[in-house]
Structures are given as C-alpha cells and as structure tokens.
Design a protein around this ligand. Structure first.
Ligand SMILES: [Zn+2]
Length: 499
C-alpha cells in the first residue's frame, strides 16, 4: 500500500463527497449520487487496507502513529458503510416513502415529527406518536435488526471482541470512563431536573412530568413564544455582525461560501460542507426563524469557521480526520452563545426579564439533552457489547425513561442509535466546550463575543484542525484533563440562576 497515494485519494474522495452533499442538500442538484464516487474510490475501503493501517499504528511512534490511527478510522468506517450501504439506503428510502394518516390526511413520516411538535393536544400527540411507532416496528425494525447484527459480526471479523471495542480503538478513547462521568452528571442533577422539568411541564401544558411521554417534550421544546426574538430576516445579518465583532469578516472571507438563497428542495436546517479544507467551505442556510434556527446557524457557522481557519500547511489527516469532538466543540462554542445572557441582551436585544426566562428554559432543554445522551451511551454500550439485539428493546425503554422521567417507548430501540458511537463525540464536545468557555470567560470576560482578541484566540486554535484531542488542547490551556465537573456546574447554574 502506497500511503502517500492513499492520503491523496482519500482527500479527493472526501472533497467529492462533500461537494455532492452540498449540491444536493442546497437544492442545486436533484439526485444525490454518492454511488459513482464510492465506486471510483472503492480501493480506499478494502479489508486489507484496514488491516494494514491497524498494523501501522502498532509499528510507528509519535505523529506517525497518530496519523495512522486517524487513517485506520477513516478506512474502517468506510469499509463498514460501503459493505452495508444497500440496507442503509433501503432504510432511508423506506423512511422517505412512509406515510402517516392524521385527521384523514396522509403526511410524510419525516414531516409527522414537525406536526407532533406543534400539536398542543396531548391525546392527539399520543395518537400521532403511536402511528409513528407502528411504522418503526413493522417497517424499519426488521431491516435495522439485520443491519446492526451484521455490524456486530463484522467487528469480530476485523479482529475485535465486539462493536464497542472496535469503536473504542477507532476513536481512541475509553467509552466506559465517559459513561462513568455521565453517571455522575445524572446523579448530581436528578433532583434539579425532576423539580424544574415538572414545573415547566405544568406551566406549559398543565401536566406533571410523571406520567408524561417523550412526545410531550417535543411540544415543550418547540417553544413558539420565543419566536418573536429570533426573526427569520435577521438571522444571517446577526451571525455576520457577531463574527465581524470577533474579527471575522465573512464578506471578504473568500474560502467560506455562504449560500443563503431560498431554493426549492433546500434543506431547512443549516449545514456546513467542508469540501476542501481550508479553501472551499460551504455554509448553507435557509432561514426560517425561531430559536432552533439561530442555534443551528451558529453551530454550523462554528464548523465553517473552524475548517476555514485550518492551516493549509497541516497534513491531510489533521485537516480532515481525527476526533470530531473538536469540531463539534467549536460548533457548540458559538451555538451556546444563545445560553449567554450578555449575548441575548446585546446581540438579540432581550430585556433582563425575557433573557432570564429564556436562559432558564434553555437550561432545562440543555439538561434534558445531557441526560438523554448519558442514557443513550449507557444503552448503546449495552446494545453493542455482544452480538445480536434480542431483548434490548425493554432495556432501551428502561434506561431512557429512568434518566428523563418521561416515557420512552421500546420501539425506537434500533432507530434511536448513533452510528459508530457518535454520541460520545457529542458528549466529549460538550465537556470540551464547557472548559473552553471557562477559559474564554476568565480571559476575555462575559462580553467575549465582542472581543477581537477572543476571535484571534479562536482563530489560533481553529488553525490546528483536529490535530490535537480535547485533552491536548485543554492541557495547553492549563487544564489537567477533560473534566465533567465544568459541564455539570454549567448545566446546574443555567437553571438555578433564575429564582
Ligand atoms: Zn455539528
């Protein structure tokens, strides 16, 4: 295997895939044609290459060992998704075609989630949700079963005990110690979660959290009452203005291509495609307004600025591959501005009262997600520790219901699963972001988002791509390690500061 040729082809491959994603999801190209690209680069994802790179990790040291690890992950994930592309395409197509009948009208399964989150009537929500669950159980789950069981077998074929140990090696960190950290988070937030979520449920819907269901939360999270602060027409200009304050001028930044036109078939959620890092980064937005839309814009904008500021001198592995907790952490760094009172008041123009109300609400949403991901990780470790998926549905329901108090139904046990333990990348990103913010607040103050110096600091760490892990970056900044306590105290403070 010629490693230099491999790296060159891998970079070309990723560039083409990301460009294709951009064209399709921005509504510029009807068909998504990844098949052609995968065929052209088929050789990248062979079993032999995966084994070669695995051995290369063992036989190298330092930087080369790190890069071999990144390539091994890229190659092996590609090998797995190539092999099971057909069945995952089938699941995606079935989902796109599935229909649900609500009030004598057929709606797309995918759209029914939006109807659900806008439905104020509890019984109607339950009825929509039960129709969704029936489709999941009857149509999707038989294929999901085959899919996950095949991957469990595949992990053994690659020389690992199970899917968990395969991905621990690929991602390069310990999932079980992360699980322990999240246990601490759950334990320390049990009381505050129960008390305040119950209060929020009562206030918004007149029901308590005990006896509620996951689909009730969908309605709570939608929170139309805050839409007035997050207007569609201001989204792009607010983002640009905020970046300008940080010293990033999007209008003159030639490598960030902002696509903001309205177009039929354009994805309603903002997204970022780093086609060439750092020279061709697409940031695609179709503003619809609302707090979620603003969060998504800043999140994706965080990815875009990260990739756009990566040093072109870095090796391919460091520009494109590595630990995604890094880029997700930078994305959350901007997204979580929406949690900061100073930002809500000076950038969004909320008064003290509204900002307090909003931060409290968002604090509860935040804690919900942290506890949900704690549950997901625990469940997924269990799902993937042995071959087969029998009897895991009740376990799914039990773990999620316990962490969130609202009822989680068992039918989602194979659908609500992150590919390749991506849940761990989010958890680590949240932890990383909490410590990074601690550093930023100490160094630049609570109005950091208006400081060019803070912008320069971000540009400097963005410049490393994903060469360094969160632990390594935090070490440079004077922290001992990734530490769950920062995330816990942030989560608690968002809720407690009200009162
Ligand atoms: Zn992201």
């Amino acid at each position: 295997m010629d490693i230099n040729l491999y790296r060159k082809d891998a970079e070309d491959f990723l560039g083409k895939v990301d460009k294709e994603y951009y064209l399709h999801y921005s509504g510029r190209k009807t068909e998504l044609n990844l098949d052609e690209i995968y065929k052209q680069y088929d050789h990248l994802f062979s079993f032999e290459n995966s084994q070669y790179l695995k051995n290369l990790i063992d036989s190298t040291e330092g930087d080369n060992k790190k890069k071999a690890g990144f390539l091994f992950q890229f190659c092996t994930e590609g090998y797995l998704s190539k092999k099971y592309q057909k069945i995952s395409d089938k699941i995606a197509n079935d989902e796109a075609m599935a229909k649900i009948n609500i009030d004598d009208q057929d709606y797309a399964f995918r759209y029914s989630g939006i109807i659900l989150s806008n439905e104020p009537d509890k019984n109607k929500r339950e009825s929509i949700d039960s129709k969704r669950r029936k489709i999941i159980a009857d149509v999707f789950n038989p294929d999901f079963k085959i899919y996950w069981q095949s991957l469990h077998k595949e992990a053994k074929g690659l020389g690992f005990d199970n899917y968990v140990s395969l991905f621990m090696q690929l991602k390069g960190y310990d999932f079980y110690s992360l699980d322990k950290s999240m246990d601490k988070l759950v334990l320390e937030t049990n009381d505050i979660y129960e008390e305040h979520m119950d209060r929020l449920f009562n206030k918004k819907m007149g029901i308590g959290i005990h006896g509620s269901k996951a689909c009730d939360f969908a309605f709570i999270k939608r929170a139309k009452e805050f839409d007035v602060f997050f207007k569609k027409e201001n989204l792009v200009s607010i983002f640009k203005e905020n970046m300008r304050l940080l010293g990033v001028d999007l209008d003159s930044q030639q490598n960030v291509i902002m696509d903001v036109e309205e177009r039929e078939n354009k994805s309603p959620r903002a997204f970022c495609c780093p086609a060439k890092v750092p020279s061709e980064i697409y940031l695609v937005v179709m503003p619809s307004g609302g707090q979620d839309d603003y969060g998504a814009m800043f999140h994706e904008g965080g990815h875009a600025e990260h990739f756009a500021n990566v040093s072109s001198k870095l090796d391919f592995e460091y520009r494109y591959l590595g630990d995604n907790s890094i880029t997700e952490g930078f994305a959350f760094c901007l997204e979580n501005l929406t949690y900061e009172k100073a930002w809500l008041s000076s950038i969004i123009g909320m008064d003290e009262n509204a900002a307090g109300e909003y931060v409290y609400f968002l604090g509860l949403i935040n804690l919900f997600f942290l506890r949900r991901y704690a549950g997901k990780l625990k469940y997924e470790l269990n799902l993937h520790k042995e071959a087969g998926v029998n009897n895991k549905d009740s376990l799914y329901s039990e773990i999620l219901t316990k962490n969130l108090i609202m009822k989680y139904y068992p039918e989602n046990y194979l659908k609500d699963v992150d590919e390749g333990f991506y849940c761990t990348s989010y958890i680590r990103a949240w932890m990383f972001e909490a410590q990074l913010k601690d550093y930023i607040f100490n160094k630049f103050g609570t109005e950091w988002f208006k400081s060019k110096k803070a912008g320069d600091f971000l540009k400097e760490i963005w410049g490393y791509g994903q060469k360094y892990s969160p632990e390594e970056i935090l070490d440079f900044l004077g922290y001992k390690s990734l530490d769950i306590n920062y995330l816990i105290s942030n989560a608690v403070n968002l809720i407690k500061r009200k009162k």
